[in-house]
Design a protein around this ligand. Structure first.
Ligand SMILES: Cc1ncc(COP(=O)(O)O)c(C=O)c1O
Length: 435
């Protein structure tokens, strides 16, 4: 064996706590506002949709929040996840760069989303919730929540963006396997859904619409709460197990990253990897460059406006300060369904505004080209979402070759693409267009 390519922590290496970047931001995060009064939202106002224990995490400024034992026990089914060095991709690119990736696709649902669905189900169960309502795009989040609900004995009701419900049956089947109920959104289940259906029977749906339906369902159904798979502070918090593990694994590899990449939909897998490294950047003056990568077709970070906006189409959420394309924006039906959200996590948005991170956008054909190159060198077929980070890593590695400079590149491979093969087929048959 020449190079060591796999860095494993073992079960004892599970982090004891999640890290909260809100404790270290050089300027405080702008608070959510009440849409009527435009005043900071009192935390009690969130109790209609979230349990108090999760609201406490949402507004916490504590740097560390202990991971409860029952959550750690479930995390242990797949965590700590491996860190790998992509030596074959390095060789194919003929680059002096060293490329590392943290692989979250080993989880039961195939992505990082279970890092937060499990604690969200746990805290809801502890608070007496019987049923969770949520939205999902291509089904990654819905299946992750269905899995978590099945372990904690909660009912799970999912509004799935209609175009994905019709085109991506396998994650819908996965949700059924884990016992969830799944509706195509816009649905006939809610007033908002019925109104949209009446206006346009062929409406393809969007995440913003599905969120509105899930929230309406929550407030109208007893003992039901709402769960969100990205964007919010407590979701980013739960994802930090990714970066905490990675810091230790990079130490095992004996290297420090120069540039860190993650794809950005609502911002949670990016936050999960980046925020622990941002702590070191802020507290210890580390010089990492940290890059969020998004689709050119839904470019909230690179072309959105930083302002207060709603998180959903029906204007039922509080106003959040974020980079946004506007809550009425319906993104084109690109194949990275999980990156089709009009806004960006307020914490990720704040980090960008403070100059702590950078952002880049890629068209989907370039993303699939990089995904195929990764699959043909490293073997894993990445989720189209994660492949956005790969495209940016490949470009950076090529730059390293052109400049004759070694840099250490690290990215989050947030999920596998084994349920996205029809998208790969479209790409390989030349049927994919840039929109
Ligand atoms: C594999 C994968 N990566 C990334 C994302 C984007 O979400 P986020 O930005 O919250 O990580 C999704 C969303 O569904 C996903 O399924």
């Amino acid at each position: 064996m020449s190079e060591k390519i796999r860095f494993e922590l073992g079960q004892a290496g599970l982090p004891p706590a999640w890290y909260n970047l809100n404790a270290d931001f050089p300027q405080p995060l702008p608070p959510p506002l009440h849409p009527g009064t435009k005043q900071p939202l009192p935390p009690e106002a969130l109790e209609a949709i979230f349990p108090r224990n999760l609201i406490d995490q949402e507004i916490s400024a504590e740097p560390w929040i202990e991971i409860p034992e029952p959550v750690r026990d479930i995390y242990a089914l797949w965590r700590p996840t491996p860190l790998l060095r992509a030596v074959r991709l390095e060789k194919a690119l003929n680059t002096p760069a060293h490329i590392y990736y943290k692989y979250e696709g080993v989880s039961p649902a195939g992505s990082h989303k279970v890092n937060t669905s499990v604690p969200q189900a746990y805290y809801n169960k502890a608070a007496g919730t019987k049923r969770l309502a949520t939205e999902t795009g291509a089904g990654q989040w819905g299946s992750s929540l269905a899995f978590a609900c099945s372990l904690f004995g909660l009912e799970c009701n999912v509004y799935m963006v209609k175009v994905s419900f019709d085109q991506k049956p396998y994650r819908r089947m996965l949700m059924h396997a884990w016992g969830a109920t799944v509706h195509p959104s816009p649905s006939g289940e809610t007033e908002f859904g019925r109104k949209l259906q009446a206006g346009d029977p062929h409406c393809p749906g969007s995440l913003g619409i599905a969120i509105s339906e899930a929230i309406e369902d929550t407030v109208k159904t007893p003992r039901t709460k709402y769960a969100l798979g990205s964007v919010l502070n407590h979701v980013c918090l739960h994802q930090t197990v990714i970066g905490e593990e990675t810091i230790r694994q990079m130490e095992m590899a004996g290297e420090e990253p120069d540039v860190i990449f993650g794809c950005c939909g609502g911002g949670s897998n990016f936050a999960g990897l980046a925020f622990p490294f941002l702590r070191l950047k802020i507290r210890e003056g580390k010089k990492y460059r940290i890059v969020g990568v998004e689709p050119s077709a839904c470019p909230s970070l690179t072309r959105g406006e930083l302002r207060y906006d709603f998180g959903d189409t029906a204007e039922t959420t509080p106003l959040m300060k974020m980079y946004t394309l506007g809550h009425k924006f319906i993104p084109p039906s690109i194949h990275a369904g999980g990156l089709r959200y009009h806004g960006m996590s307020p914490m990720v948005s704040h980090a960008l505004q403070l100059g702590l991170i950078e952002a880049r956008a890629y068209h989907q054909t370039r993303v699939f080209e990089a995904a195929i190159q990764f699959a043909r060198t490293e073997g894993l077929v990445p989720a189209p979402e994660s492949a956005h980070a790969i495209a940016a890593v490949v470009d950076e590695a090529v730059k390293c070759r052109e400049e004759g400079r070694k840099r250490v590149l690290l990215f989050n491979l947030s999920g596998h693409g084994m349920l996205d093969l029809s998208s790969y087929e479209s790409y390989l048959h030349g049927k994919l267009a840039d929109v």
